[in-house]
Write a protein that binds this ligand. Sequence first.
Ligand SMILES: Cc1ncc(C[n+]2csc(CCOP(=O)(O)OP(=O)(O)O)c2C)c(N)n1
Ligand SMILES: [Mg+2]
Length: 552
Amino acid sequence: MNGADLIAHILKKEGIEVLPAFPHSDLIDSAAKVGIRPIIVRQERQALHIVDGYVRMTGGRKLACSTVQNGPGSENAYGAVAQCYGDNVPVLHIPGGYDTNTQGTAPYFSASRNMQNITKSAETVVRGERIPQMLQSAFAQLRSGRPGPVALEVPTDIFTADVDETLLDDYRPQRRSAPVADAAETRELVAMMLAAKTPVIVAGQGILYGEAWDELLALAELTQTPVMTTLNGKSAFPESHPLSLGCAACSRPDPVVEFLNRADLILGLGTSFTHSDYITPFPTRGRTFAQLTNSEADVSKDYPVDYGVIGDAKPSIAAMVAEVVSRLGEHGRKGEDSVASAVAASYATFMEKWAPILASDEVPVTPYRVIADVMNTVDRSKTVVTHDAGSPRDQMTAFYQSLVPHGYMGWGKTTQLGLGLGLMQGAKLARPDWDCINLMGDAAIGMVGMDIETGVRNRIGTMSVILKNSIMGGYIDHHPTAADLYGIHELSGDYADMAKALGAYAERITDPADVSAALKRGLAQNAEGVPAVIEVITSDETRMAKNLPDGV
Ligand SMILES: Cc1ncc(C[n+]2csc(CCOP(=O)(O)OP(=O)(O)O)c2C)c(N)n1
Ligand SMILES: [Mg+2]
């Protein structure tokens, strides 16, 4: 047994089933020998994106691993590891490293050195015998605490070095630990909620990783507290629920704004309360902030938090629910409908403006019509959709209503164009019984388009809806002179033709009346393991739901 074999056996013990990769890495062959499926991508970045999507889709309950070669492979994977770090995704990355006999003199790319600032941990294995202990530590970090990527660089001669196979017997698979917040602290959170006049809950991706959606729902209903999600937390709370305000992203439904304006308590559950261009800023003056998170590094990070509590979402919110029941009785405030009525009134006013746009017959097609047609065509109880960077994100997050946990994959603390395709390929591998759809613009497909062929070759039947406006939306404003003189915002290409040439099912749509039927035909192909690309020629849509709360 060599080092790569030992790693593969340990990955198997940890329940790893897929290994997105790009050669050469000895781990690819060793993984195949133990029944872990290698998936060869067209560039290293995509391997990480697929693992990223896989792990998000399982809430970290099933992990996956990527491997790439030393030097160029490891260099090319860097950006995608940084994306996982930005969004706190627990991805295991095992890049090759230069032979230990050649390390220490330039040039050699050291993943463990270079990835220090974009991982939870980045280390190099220097002896084969260290593999079990180092992987045990890696998996402990992947399974518990604040999620994040872990890189374990393996020099080529460590992959090939003979190791004692009894080392495998010492390996202990690592389990997830979900610490419950201190009882007095959860009681105090509830006391703050019940004393507040106009509280709102901000639900983050900690709800998804903690699988705490039932507890969140119970807490919201018992206390009649309205809920908005963060961008990463979208789908943690059913967006059709009478207490749902929607997703507080770079764009947002007006109920988010109105309820933030009147809020006296902003209670974050499973959120880092991160301030970013892609997240709705919260007004702070006159508001109390309380936060439940599993990481002390997130408490009071970007907002003045009055009360930060450390705990895993599920057991801690369950404790809050028990406290509410003990104070208000088993039905709590259920039956009082004043908050839900106010939410409904706010939504009705908001949709007066937007419903006609979502149903618009205009040609070229508005992206909003496409988003509405996706939403109304798919079975949202077993479909996950995601946006891409650029206008598709801002057009989707406010209007695509997710109904079930993981029905939407929200991302974007850093926003790598093209991530959406790999996320959905990973989601499909994790949940083959679900439909997985990414919506992306021209620039986004430009980053990863060849990896449609990865889906074809590996029979990963996802759908990509291309919103083709032939520009980088909004980019004239960033570079007016260059746009005027050189057209730097313009893009061209026929993506349906390209996708067909790569072996996918593809259609180009120009009439809004054809969108829904094309989506159905694409989904039928997906069911046969064939990726689908639906290219829709869209308008340069500039209308956005971007009202801001007062005082931000
Ligand atoms: C890797 C990367 N580089 C640059 C950006 C900055 N960026 C964000 S959106 C965008 C243009 C998006 O254009 P397109 O995909 O056509 O979508 P549209 O807004 O036109 O719908 C750019 C350049 C980014 N998010 N990621
Ligand atoms: Mg575009």
